[in-house]
Design a protein around this ligand. Structure first.
Ligand code: CS2
Ligand code: MG
Length: 404
């Protein structure tokens, strides 16, 4: 028995907002979990401190599955991003404690390494095709073997996923949501030329990826999938919103471009049809927003039955604690596909010291006992929470919102 003595929620903004859970045990190690839900951070902080922490005190930290089921089934109100992010934070912290107590890096408890390193993709972006391809060439030089290309769209003032100035793009960029105009026609005209140039300049061996950010309708996405087929994409991500999982049947029927979806999913039920009908190639649901290590392993196991691989979300709004946990899972899974890596700023990195390392296109989670990531609480306290929102898109020809 490793008794949980205390649990605290740490909200801080070292470069951007993060919510972190720290669980301490009596006479044993502590564990750290990420609970960041971009733009809705305080809802999860409250769910944890007001509703979960009181239930954890006195429980045996070793009983990870039992605590997971208790929090999931026992709440009566199942699923949803806030609930599942809060449960994920507890789950990460408990796996951290168990692995520290065992004196092993977490991946050893998950069955050991199934590969030597974790293939990762990074983000290249620019206002024009030329700028984007130059950025990708720079990242290729740094060792990346897989690169996501996002470019500004001619005729649109701002495009999500593309930096505004010299600084890298930040998903939540304003204290009230910025409203951008969107045109699917302009976008659909511009993307094929980006990949034509990208394939030409970067060569055949680099994996190229693209994120649609859920902004198209199924038939528009089907057309885009077809139009980029000559450039052999690794994947086309979030072509449409997946509230109707059946939407993917239409896209799938028209294109052989591989499809990825799921960064906003929080449950296995969000992707059950997509996986069972083999409508996608990669599932992006990840540790922090989909119920932790315990639940994403369940999703991955289902996906494995249907030739679907993982491609865990890894943007900057997921803290280094999530990145660490994701890498341990990636290293151990039979059906790992690729891991997203969007580099954190130096301040974030220093507040969250971690054992994972990048070399030659691959990450390794490191061999520190636990998941290998931590929070420097003193430093974190110097950066108080700042309200920040993701932007909203409106259709150029009318007032309606796009899918986002
Ligand atoms: C993006 C993210 O990394 C990705 O694939 O879609 O930047 C995403 O928009 C943010 O994580 C939202 O919080
Ligand atoms: Mg995405």
């Amino acid at each position: 028995m490793l008794k949980i003595e205390s649990a605290k929620v740490i909200v801080s903004c070292p470069g951007r907002n993060f919510v972190t859970l720290k669980i301490e045990t009596k006479d044993g190690p502590y564990g750290v979990g990420d609970a960041t839900l971009n733009g809705r951070e305080l809802a999860v902080a409250s769910y944890l401190s007001d509703h979960i922490v009181p239930c954890l005190i006195g429980r045996d930290a070793h009983r990870i599955e039992d605590i997971w089921q208790f929090l999931y089934r026992g709440a009566y109100w199942r699923r949803g991003p806030v609930t599942m992010t809060a449960i994920a934070a507890v789950d990460m912290a408990l796996w951290d404690i168990k692995a520290k107590a065992a004196g092993m890096p977490l991946y050893q408890l998950l069955g050991g390494a199934a590969r030597d390193g974790v293939l990762a993709y990074c983000h290249a972006n620019g206002k024009t095709v030329e700028e984007t391809v130059d950025d990708a060439l720079r990242l290729k030089e740094k060792g990346y073997r897989a690169i996501r290309l996002q470019s500004g769209v001619p005729g649109l003032a701002a495009t999500y996923g593309v930096a505004k100035g010299k600084l890298p793009y930040e998903p939540a960029d304003a204290d009230l949501p910025a409203e951008n105009l969107w045109s699917s026609e302009k976008y659909l005209r511009s993307v094929p030329s980006l990949f034509e140039a990208g394939r030409d300049k970067l060569g055949a061996d680099v994996h190229l990826l693209h994120d649609v950010h859920h902004r198209l309708t199924p038939i528009e996405a089907a057309r885009l999938g077809r139009d980029v087929e000559p450039y052999r994409l690794f994947w086309l991500e979030d072509p449409v919103v997946a509230d109707n999982q059946e939407s993917f049947r239409l896209i799938r029927g028209h294109t052989t471009t591989p499809l990825a979806v799921g960064e906003v999913f929080n449950s296995i039920f969000d992707c059950k049809t997509l996986i069972e009908e083999q409508l996608i190639d990669y599932i992006r649901a990840t540790v922090v927003h989909a119920g932790g290590i315990t639940h994403v392993r369940r999703i991955a196991a289902l996906a494995d039955l249907y030739n679907v691989r993982t491609g865990f979300h890894g943007a900057t709004d997921l803290s280094p604690v999530t990145m660490a946990c994701a890498l341990h899972v990636d290293l151990s899974l039979p059906n790992f596909g690729i891991q997203e890596h969007m580099a954190h700023c130096e301040l974030t990195e220093s507040v969250f010291p971690h054992a994972y390392k990048f070399e030659n296109g691959y990450f390794h989670p490191g061999d520190t006992p636990g998941h290998g990531a931590d929070i420097d609480e003193k430093q974190a306290a110097r950066y108080p929470y700042k309200r920040a929102y993701l932007p909203v898109n409106r259709l150029e020809q009318g007032g309606a919102m796009t899918n986002w």
